[in-house]
Design a protein around this ligand. Structure first.
Ligand SMILES: [Zn+2]
Ligand SMILES: [Zn+2]
Length: 596
């Protein structure tokens, strides 16, 4: 049996043991569902007692006790009516059973004589096979029945489970390290961002240091794109419903949009209904439509640092990763068919360049996201067009030597995508950058060009981002570097400490002025603390360099530099330090120079 299946089998079998343990420990427990998941399993319960961390040890002990009973997992088949009788009073199981066809033969699994759960299986044959396993209840959280916020809230108990104690131990150690890097904690303690309940979920506030990192990234992206032939547009954040009707967003993406005004008017044809933009495409298309285009005008590359609004479900919000408002460099390239491969290659090269500059390139994978032919109402256009454009895109990816996986059902509603996927510190995967080929929206918007043969034709449109949304990128960078950003991205690059305020403040300011003139972000600590305390404060702030100046430095016109790695070098000429910083900034260096 493949290893994945063994993991799933053991984890799911343990979910039954968890359910049995909770049933034995507490009164009036109603069981919902309990699947295996990555790294473990969970079970959803409805019970009067509120399960908290203080219950975990008792539940774990009860689970071990149950395993030691060495009970068999026995499958019994029964009719729908018998199953309903067996689970009478449990509305969750009743609902699951009712949903099945009338003549369906159901299976229940008994663990011992006294505990049965509705399940398809498979499971281990006997609980004793799970005795060498190691498990640990990790958390408990509210979860709506069937993920529907209008249904009852259940208590979901999560556990980690591995086939051996060593594997669990290694996993927990890695998890604890991840917790230290979690952007949602570290980003707040480093004062990069905060949230306010009164503003709302998924709407973080970037504090000056976080905003500084994002601004640095934005400038880098905009400058790079300009050098690569992009023209920047500035378009509005909302538009009339009619625009989204043309683009298809109104019919295919409305649940994801924030509509403005009185809901009673939303379907009223005469009303003026506005919606915040979930994407920039329909807006930039209007720039294309501003004048008649000829084949000589193509490729036309537009970019925009664009703030977008998407109505994510409230359960989906997480720090800077899942947001209701975010900003990204959105670009659209209109090109002729003979330019498609080169423009696609250019977009991919730009994304790779950005990923390398911020140090995330090693962490990504490429996903070729295709439509789902069995779910056609999600997409516009016919099957033949989809298959043909997907073949074209596969040819381009292959000719560019991209290593990718193909996944159905992940395409945009108007075309297939190359998604650049990245995992956060807890292993959860998200799309960071996407490059899409669109063969349909130009038609919908009437975007055309006059070809060399005098014919009016539709261009291909490439939709692309180049670094992903800035907030998500910031989150990934916090976790990647545990807050120890490369010099070019550090909000504070050099902290300056005068050894004694009265004797060295003037020299410290003189050095600060030189560094600032060279484009560095510096701050002198003129506070009343000791030198040791000032150094400690800058260290806690994770400043890449701390410059210390006392008698010796002032008298010789030098500085002492403490690198974030811990190394200290004395008697450096300020110009040598500035030259080293300059090199790092120009090259977007990921490592700090330690020799001057
Ligand atoms: Zn089961
Ligand atoms: Zn687009």
């Amino acid at each position: 049996m493949p290893e994945d299946n063994i993991l799933e089998l053991g984890r799911h079998s343990l979910a039954h043991v968890l359910a049995k343990a909770v049933t034995e420990l507490f009164d009036n427990v109603k069981l919902a569902i309990g699947p295996a998941i990555e790294n473990g399993f969970y079970y959803d319960f409805d019970l009067p007692h509120t399960i908290t961390e203080t219950d975990f040890a008792a539940i774990e002990a009860k689970m071990t006790e149950i395993l030691k009973r060495r009970e068999a997992y026995t499958r019994k088949e029964l009719s729908k009516a018998d199953a309903l009788a067996l689970f009478k009073g449990n509305a969750y199981k009743e609902e699951l059973i009712e949903a099945l066809p009338e003549d369906e033969i159901l299976s229940v699994y008994y663990t011992g004589e006294d505990f049965a759960d509705l399940c398809r299986g498979p499971h281990v044959e006997n609980a004793q096979f799970l005795l060498p396993w190691a498990f640990k209840i990790s958390s408990v959280a509210g979860a709506y029945w069937r993920g529907d916020e209008n249904r009852p809230m259940l208590q979901r108990v999560y556990a980690w489970a591995f086939p051996s104690k060593q594997e669990l131990k290694a996993f927990v150690a890695a998890w604890e390290e991840a917790l230290k890097r979690d952007h949602n904690k570290l980003g707040r303690s480093l004062e990069l961002f905060t949230t306010a309940e009164v503003i709302g979920q998924g709407l973080p506030i970037l504090l000056p240091k976080g905003a500084m990192i994002v601004r640095t990234l934005q400038r880098f992206v905009e400058d790079t794109e300009e050098r690569r032939g992009y023209q920047q547009t500035m378009t509005s954040s909302f538009a009339k419903r009619e625009l989204y009707k043309i683009s298809g967003h109104w019919d295919h993406y409305r649940d994801g949009m924030f509509l403005m005004g009185d809901p009673a008017q939303f379907e009223e044809p005469a009303a003026e209904v506005f919606a915040l933009r979930p994407m920039t495409c329909p807006f930039q298309f209007q720039a294309y439509l501003n004048k008649t285009r000829s084949y000589r005008d193509l490729p036309l590359r537009y970019n925009e640092t664009s703030t977008l609004f998407r109505n994510e479900a409230s359960g989906e919000m997480h720090g800077l990763i899942r947001l209701r408002q975010f900003t990204l460099s959105e670009g659209h390239i209109a090109c002729r068919p003979d330019q498609l491969e080169e423009e696609f290659a250019g977009s991919l090269d730009l994304a790779k360049y950005m990923l390398k500059a911020v140090g995330l390139f090693e962490d990504v994978r490429f996903r070729f996201s295709k439509w789902d032919p069995n779910n056609r109402e999600k997409y516009i256009g016919d099957a033949a067009m989809w298959e043909s454009i997907q073949d074209t895109m596969r040819d381009i990816l292959d000719s560019l030597g991209v290593e990718y996986t193909e996944e159905e059902g992940e395409a945009a509603f108007y075309g297939p995508k190359l998604d650049i996927q990245i995992r956060n510190v807890f292993g959860k995967e998200d799309t960071l950058i996407t490059i899409q080929i669109d063969f349909q929206l130009a038609d919908r918007f009437g975007m055309m060009y006059t070809d060399a043969d005098g014919q009016r034709k539709y261009p291909y449109v490439i939709h692309r981002s180049s670094i992903g949304c800035y907030e998500r990128t910031l989150a990934l960078l916090i976790e990647k570097y545990a807050g120890k950003f490369p010099l070019w991205l550090s909000p504070l690059q050099v902290g300056i400490v005068p050894v004694q305020e009265e004797n060295h403040a003037a020299y410290a300011d003189e050095i600060a002025a030189k560094l600032q003139a060279a484009g560095l972000r510096v701050r002198v600590d003129h506070g009343g603390g000791t030198m040791g305390n000032k150094v400690k404060t800058f260290r806690q702030e994770l400043a890449p360099y701390i410059v210390i100046v006392g008698d010796q430095e002032r008298d010789s016109g030098t500085i002492s530099v403490r690198v974030r790695t811990g190394k200290q070098i004395n008697g450096i000429a300020p110009e040598a330090f500035i030259a080293a910083c300059d090199t790092m900034l120009k090259e977007n260096a990921l490592e700090l120079i330690e020799e001057f």
